[in-house]
Design a protein. Structure first.
Length: 421
């Protein structure tokens, strides 16, 4: 029996999809890329923004048209939202809806729905089977979030923090190393909360992975984790400064440059905290780069509040800024806030942020021209053309008669090989 899986959203969802694929392949189902030949179509969805849910609905409709006879399974963060909010039009296009909390039981659910017929269900260790086709390995070490930012639905969909044991992390990292991965990315819904439920912390997890990988990349980090008066974690910056295996590229979500808006968002840091953190990273970690997210048009965001966000983007010289117009989510605290920003104003502000961030990104990348970096090639772009990333996440391409896919080379950055977008 053939299955096709579509993953929407974050790196954590990609890890979850890998687990689903491993489980199904271990049980003799065949993972295919041609949706029209699929008996089962699994959509692992995202709900971080209203646009993410809209895209999920769009994918459902598209796949039903492409494969009218296939069994369509919807799971992930949009599953519960669509089940509660949508009308019969979209629900009739889905055969099975599996909540985010049940996505790893998909095999049993398929069997219970008689989709798999007499297929046996195995309960073996799915980590024994490697199906990860990416050149860098993603290792999910944490699930859930308890921050309850006022705009975010994810804590309600993913639940409280649940950390993977150090023993399981060591086992999975070892398996990934055996499968010839040279770079590993540690990810979680709230990565910095790792270990808070089992009395350890993120440094403990990194130390385990450190035994197997000399190139470790970290997923999105909460700026609060770096604040000096956060006594539980105030050694983290010192640690990543000394650990040369950690790639010097860090994703720190800003969301807003206005303290008033940050407080309304229930973010636990100030603009002053954020600027100080980025300065410390840049000053203490050679060749480091920072990427970020911002939400534009949060309720009550005045021109002055927006200007403060622009100021930080201009000052911090981010390698990349991901910009999201605010979308009100039913069930979040921000949904009922007054002083909504009109869509046209949001579009104008988003456009301005993108223009500024593109200019700043180029200036930031150009600082590293003529320096030597280790580039891991992750993709074959076309015949004899390969693309990859430096340790600090600058994307480059290179012509080579030799196959560079999944290989690492020392490269001197020049304008000709840099991919700026």
């Amino acid at each position: 029996m053939n299955f096709f899986i579509k993953t929407l959203g974050c790196k954590v969802n990609n890890c979850d999809s890998d687990i689903i694929i491993k489980n199904l392949v271990l049980n003799k189902l065949i993972n295919i890329n041609n949706i029209k030949l699929a008996d089962i179509i699994i959509i692992n969805s995202c709900a971080v923004t209203a646009e993410s849910v809209r895209k999920t609905r769009q994918v459902i409709r598209k796949y039903r048209r492409m494969a009218p006879e296939a069994v369509i399974v919807l799971t992930g963060c949009s599953a519960d939202i669509i089940k509660k909010e949508d009308n019969n039009e979209i629900l009739t296009k889905i055969d099975i809806i599996i909540s985010n909390f049940e996505k790893f039981n998909i095999l049993k659910i398929l069997k219970n729905h008689k989709i798999l017929g007499n297929y046996p269900v195995f309960l073996e260790d799915i980590n024994k089977l490697n199906i990860n086709t990416r050149s860098r390995a993603f290792l999910k070490i944490e699930e859930g979030c308890e921050n309850f930012c006022s705009y975010c639905i994810i804590p309600y969909l993913r639940g409280p923090v649940k950390s993977k044991s150090l023993e399981d992390i060591q086992k999975e990292a070892y398996e990934l190393k055996l499968n010839n991965f040279t770079e590993i990315v540690l990810v979680g819904i709230n990565l910095c909360a790792y270990g808070t439920d089992i009395n350890i912390n993120l440094i403990d997890a990194i130390e385990v992975v450190n035994k197997f990988f000399s190139r470790i990349r970290l997923g999105s980090l909460d700026p609060y984790f770096f604040i000096d008066n956060n006594q539980k974690n105030n050694f983290f910056l010192e640690y990543i400064t000394k650990n040369k295996n950690i790639c010097p590229s860090f994703h720190l979500s800003l969301q807003s440059g206005s303290n008033k808006i940050l407080e309304k968002m229930n973010r636990k840091y100030t603009r002053e905290n954020y600027i100080k953190i980025t300065e410390k990273i840049k000053n203490n970690i050679p060749n480091s780069t920072i990427t970020t997210d911002v939400i534009i048009g949060f309720p009550g965001e005045t021109e002055e509040d927006f200007k403060k966000t622009v100021e930080i983007i201009e000052y911090c010289n981010f390698l990349k800024v991901n910009v999201f117009p605010f979308s009100a989510r039913i069930g979040t605290a921000a949904y009922s806030l007054d002083n909504k920003i009109d869509e046209q104003t949001k579009k104008i502000r988003v456009k301005k942020i993108l223009e500024i961030s593109d200019i700043k990104s180029r200036l930031e990348i150009n600082k590293f021209i003529n320096q030597e970096f280790n580039v891991m090639f992750e993709k074959t772009v076309s015949e004899n053309i390969y693309s990859g990333y430096t340790e600090n996440y600058i994307k480059i391409h290179k012509y080579s008669a030799e196959n560079l896919y999944k290989k690492t080379e020392k490269i001197i950055l020049t304008p000709e090989i840099i991919l700026y977008n």
